[in-house]
Design a protein around this ligand. Structure first.
Ligand SMILES: [Zn+2]
Length: 68
């Protein structure tokens, strides 16, 4: 039976799992199941867990102290 759906749908556990999987595959991003702190439904960096959309916005509006 599928009674355990609620237990199974544990966002942080799934995120952790996806992140580990992406890391193992050598991927830069992983796709989390829940939106970021600012509500973006976008991939996140495996390296530091930052939201890609947030990172993009920093570059657009933030200071240009970061050189890439
Ligand atoms: Zn974000």
């Amino acid at each position: 039976m599928r009674d355990n759906n609620n237990y199974y749908f544990n966002p942080s556990a799934i995120n952790r799992h996806r992140k580990q999987q992406a890391k193992r595959d050598g991927a830069i991003y992983y796709l989390p199941v829940d939106p970021c702190h600012y509500g973006h439904q976008s991939p996140r960096y495996v390296s530091d867990g930052h939201c890609v959309e947030c990172r993009r916005n920093w570059h657009k509006t933030g200071s240009s102290s970061e050189s890439e």
